[in-house]
Design a binder for this molecule. Sequence first.
Ligand code: ATP
Length: 304
Amino acid sequence: MLQLFIPLGFLGIVYRQIKYALADMDLVFKLLERQPEIEDQPNAPTLALTEGAIRFEQVDFHYQPERPILHGIDFTLAPGQTLAVVGHSGAGKSTLSRLLFRFYDVTGGRIVLDGQNIRSVTQESLRAAIGIVPQDTVLFNESIYYNLAYGRPEASRAEIERAAEMAHIRAFIESLPDGWNTVVGERGLKLSGGEKQRVAIARAILKRPRILIFDEATSSLDSHTEQAIQQTLAEVAENHTTLVIAHRLSTVVDADRILVLEQGRIREQGRHRELLDAGGHYAAMWELQQREIRASSRQLSAAS
Ligand code: ATP
């Protein structure tokens, strides 16, 4: 009996490991459309990230040679700062984050982290240094504890609870009848868009990366949830070098630097106030969004 029991226990461990591995591949392929041909150079060293400074040097990129996407992207982000990237749909914002994570190699120029070209270090060490909060978070049909622990499966319970606290989702989890054991996902409790983003933020916190990429959800969250998520993000971003792919300009007001991308080129850059004063493309986008916000609040008050 004992002999039968041990191999089954062992199989259980193997099963869990396979499941983590499969979940990982699923996430990678679904969210980030990984190109399998990206390979480590022979004997590539691991990334030695001390401060988390990011430098894009004259970066060009295309998915297909006949259709260039990014042209001469050049910027430096000092450790701990927040860079927001704005621009119309299709301008190339998310592509920047895919290149930083090295899901594709740049086709010109280079990306340097703390002085090291990301092409010359192992992909594993690069990706361990970067946490991503994606637009749409994939949840597994498992307990909410499992879904959070996915950020770093070896994390202790105390660390997981603390990450949930920082992401402002702990009180919600603990108010559920089954608490941390509540099954979420396809056949379990459906989480709202805002709750899912908090799970993703907690996962990213658990990973303890130096660099954080926040790809803002395009799907609309109600304005209260949106503000709360932004507040949470601002708290978390304090300790990281952060790249925010912003779809709403309200997100970027406090960023240390804003890049305005247009058709794959940096059209303007600066802080919110500077860009408004410059009266250019950003100022026009801001004015348009403000007008839209005023129009929708007029509609809301007319309907009530
Ligand atoms: P949005 O605000 O709509 O998310 P974006 O500014 O983030 O847009 P990207 O997702 O970076 O834009 O896409 C930039 C351009 O690259 C788009 O024209 C898009 O069609 C193209 N593109 C994106 N992914 C691929 C891909 N895997 N293969 C080919 N073209 C792609």
